[in-house]
Design a protein around this ligand. Structure first.
Ligand code: SF4
Ligand code: SF4
Length: 95
């Protein structure tokens, strides 16, 4: 799924900097290289690369991360992927 992106500027991902202890778990589990951890803190390297899968928030030991996982992004990505491989065009519907 690397290379597929959600809609720009609407991601629900939030990082509470003061809660981050720099463990690096988010950097490890994120399939889209959204995080960079250095100097004991995580930073959002590419927020719009987030697919809202929830893996980072589920694995963050301090609750520093929050994201609203949903089916809307999956629906959007699958429709976009389908158009790409079939060459079809049209409106992409998302919840
Ligand atoms: S998993 Fe949580 S505590 Fe660990 S680096 Fe990422 S945001 Fe910080
Ligand atoms: S929700 Fe998934 S894609 Fe988004 S930042 Fe977290 S691990 Fe990465």
């Amino acid at each position: 799924m690397q290379g597929f992106r959600y809609i720009e500027g609407v991601v629900t991902l939030q990082l509470t900097d003061k809660l981050c202890v720099g463990c690096g778990m988010c950097e490890i589990v994120c399939p889209h290289t959204v995080f960079a951890v250095s100097g004991g803190k995580a930073a959002l390297l590419d927020p719009d690369g987030c697919m809202e899968c929830g893996a980072c928030a589920n694995n963050c030991p301090t609750g520093a991360l929050a994201v609203n996982p949903g089916v809307g992004c999956a629906s959007y990505i699958i429709q976009k992927w389908w158009m790409k491989i079939t060459g079809k065009t049209g409106e992409i519907k998302c919840c």
